[in-house]
Design a protein around this ligand. Structure first.
Ligand code: SF4
Length: 682
């Protein structure tokens, strides 16, 4: 019997999921094995943030990568759209069909009716941006912007000229005495920061949590403010009024570093505190305890703001208003203080030349952009003939699913999806291209919580027809006759190497030796000179600061008995809408709508009842379930996967695609829904 030679080797890898962690690991591979070449992943113990552990969502990636349902062939549609009815075809044939379609389109008009839609399902820089070489060459349109944290970023940028102001390792700074976790379910969505917060608590740090759910981290808090979703700006207003009335603000800081700070004072006078506390739904004693802690630990307080609070029409202004508390107290630019939100702006100067090279941006740039959040309504115009989708599952993750899904049903829209598995979006594809996993590609990842860079050294993929995004678009470019163009001559590995060579030597060495580079050490305090990138280097206050969204807010306060504010957080075992194969035993949770037990009782309903959930955007069946962690009059449907009930609805069926006003991200938590028992005869 012929012996198989064992050829094990280690490669650095980075989890490329759109996640706070960007976990770095050492992957062990046996390249000589016929199929299961990737053996396991050992998270890096020397990484000061991820500290040698993965989250429970992605512990056994070796089972996912060789999962029985993974796509290994290109597929062409055999049945009508809305079903995953395909037959396999060769990659060559698929590329040839797509090439002919493109030639036909660009023969008659320019390429702008070809649309490339992508997001950060794989957050690798090459995976996301190298396909732009192709879209640029054919003069296509691409999606831009995001559906995540952009509102909050825009709000903070108005204040500081950047949305990144704080080193997240301040969580465990000896100077930090109080941590405020505002709207962030750390224990499930950022378990590495949660680990640091638990260390801080052991060191004697006090914890306050502000949230509309009683999360695990809220249960650990010394003080928990359980607020009605969307009332954050009102809470900030009474906090600020209380701090001003108790003379707790830092006058010197305001005078020296803040323009127009008097606006903070003028917008907080003559408020009816008792009425606001009732509307927000918090306990007065808890509120007082919170204020006492803020005053006691002035200049030693750190805020960590989650992205959920800004998934609202006024999300940017909500985050901006929260930041005012830290500004008023002078808790900026000194050890043990600051505002942790997204730290990706710190790396922009380093990444910009890399991105320009990866995407091959140059003076001939012809690319047009459309906001990703409005993909559905833009496709409904009928102006697009061809759609490429990669790193993205829009038929799950975008708002206003009914508009989007109807637009994707258009038979004149030829849709190509590049993915590892069939999913909600492939149901609308004409052709599906089997994608490589992140671990099978060369790439760089730039984390947004702990700013830095890490690498993926791609191992071999056992399936001949699986391609990375860049490899697919390179083949397409060659087929279209662009083989001699510089942009399509480089291999993915060459692009990766050239990116490394563009970095300072110290960073290159860190990446080669450890697999990662981090911008900050534990005790670094950015902006300690308090010179911000604003026109005059001072913090800029512009109003209105708290008085917005009155109409929406009034509606939230006057809900009928069967109306609820809808929130749609991530599920603890899933990350967004891809790779549901990993934790398929939890998929039934996406068929449910959760309410407080007393809210179920008020509706005269029982758990497991089938109910109709509806609003102006959709009407769908869900199963009623209870959650004691919610706030009165709040309903929860997990976002990410579609329900397996009839029509495969998704929580985003109820969400408007009117974007957040400042950053044009999704306003996912602004919906109000009605719940009624389903008539069993219908
Ligand atoms: S999903 Fe996030 S926390 Fe989990 S392994 Fe990936 S990067 Fe780490």
């Amino acid at each position: 019997m012929k012996e198989t030679k064992i050829l094990k080797q280690n490669r650095f890898g980075t989890c490329s999921k759109d996640c706070y962690g960007s976990c770095v690991f050492t992957g062990t591979w046996d390249d000589n094995l016929p199929e299961r070449k990737f053996l396991n992943a050992l998270p890096s113990k020397n990484h000061p943030f991820t500290n040698g552990f993965f989250c429970p969502k992605f512990t056994r990636r070796q089972d996912l990568i060789y999962h029985k349902d993974r796509l290994k062939n290109s597929l062409i549609r055999t049945g009508p759209k809305l079903e995953n009815d395909f037959k396999p075809i060769s990659l060559k044939h698929a590329v040839s069909i797509i090439t002919k379609k493109i030639l036909k389109i660009i023969e008659k008009e320019d390429g702008s009716s070809i649309l490339g839609a992508f997001y950060s399902g794989n957050s690798g820089l090459i995976s996301q941006y190298a396909p732009l070489r192709f879209f640029n060459k054919i003069g296509a349109t691409i999606t831009s912007g995001g559906i995540c944290n952009e509102g909050g970023c825009a709000g903070l940028k108005q204040l500081f000229g950047t949305y990144s102001t704080t080193n997240p390792f301040q969580i465990i700074s000896p100077s930090t005495k109080l941590i405020i976790i505002w709207g962030s379910n750390l224990s499930e969505s950022n378990n590495h920061a949660y680990y640091l917060v638990k260390l801080a608590i052991k060191m004697g740090v006090k914890l306050v949590v502000v949230d509309s759910r009683q999360t695990t981290v809220a249960q650990k808090a010394h003080c928990f403010l359980h607020i009605l979703p969307g009332t954050e700006n009102l809470l900030v207003k009474i906090i600020i009024e209380e701090l001003i009335s108790r003379n707790a603000y830092d006058e010197k800081f305001l005078k020296d570093h803040v323009d127009n700070y008097s606006l903070i004072f003028s917008e907080c006078i003559r408020i009816d505190k008792k009425r606001l506390i009732d509307q927000i739904g918090i306990d007065i004693q808890n509120f007082k305890n919170f204020i006492d802690l803020l005053i006691k630990f002035k200049h030693h307080t750190l805020f960590n703001i989650g992205y959920g609070v800004q998934k609202d029409y006024f999300g940017g202004r909500i985050v901006k208003s929260i930041a005012l508390i830290q500004i008023l107290l002078g808790n900026i630019g000194i050890p043990g203080s600051g505002l942790i939100y997204s730290q990706s702006d710190f790396l922009k100067p380093l990444l910009q030349p890399l991105l320009e090279y990866i995407a091959y941006f140059n003076e001939e740039l012809k690319i047009k952009e459309i906001p990703i959040v409005n993909l559905g309504s833009i496709l409904s115009s009928g102006n697009y003939q061809m759609l490429f989708i990669y790193n993205f599952n829009p038929a799950s993750s975008l708002p206003n699913q009914n508009i989007l899904r109807n637009a994707l049903l258009n038979e004149n829209l030829f849709t190509i999806v590049i993915d590892m598995f069939l999913n909600d979006t492939t149901k609308f594809a004409n052709i599906v291209i089997p994608a490589k996993f992140d671990l099978e590609s060369y790439d760089l990842v730039s984390p947004y919580y702990t700013p830095g860079l890490s690498i993926n050294k791609g191992g071999p993929c056992p399936y001949e027809d699986c391609l990375s995004n860049y490899e697919f678009f390179q083949q397409l470019a060659w087929n279209l006759g662009f083989k001699k163009k510089m942009a399509f001559q480089e291999s993915e590995k060459t692009i990766f190497k050239n990116c490394l060579n563009k970095l300072p030597l110290k960073i290159q060495n860190n990446l080669q030796n450890n697999g990662f580079y981090l911008l900050f050490d534990y005790d670094d305090v950015p902006f300690n000179t308090l010179d911000f990138p604003t026109p005059n280097n001072r913090i800029q206050i512009t109003g209105p600061l708290f008085n917005f969204g009155e109409n929406d807010f009034k509606r939230k306060l006057n809900l009928k008995i069967n109306e609820f504010i809808l929130i749609s957080p991530s599920h603890s075992h899933f990350l967004h809408s891809q790779l549901k194969q990993l934790n398929s035993r939890y998929t039934d949770d996406f068929n449910k709508i959760y309410l407080l037990p007393e809210d179920i009782e008020n509706l005269n309903l029982e758990i497991d009842n089938e109910v109709i959930v509806s609003n102006e955007y959709g009407s769908e069946t869900y199963i009623l379930a209870e959650s004691p962690l919610l706030k009165h009059k709040t309903a929860l449907i997990y976002h990410g996967l579609s329900s397996s009930l009839e029509g495969n609805p998704n929580v985003n069926c109820f969400i408007s695609d009117k974007p957040e006003e400042l950053g044009l991200s999704g306003s996912f938590n602004s919906a109000i829904i009605e719940i009624k028992k389903k008539d069993p005869n219908i």
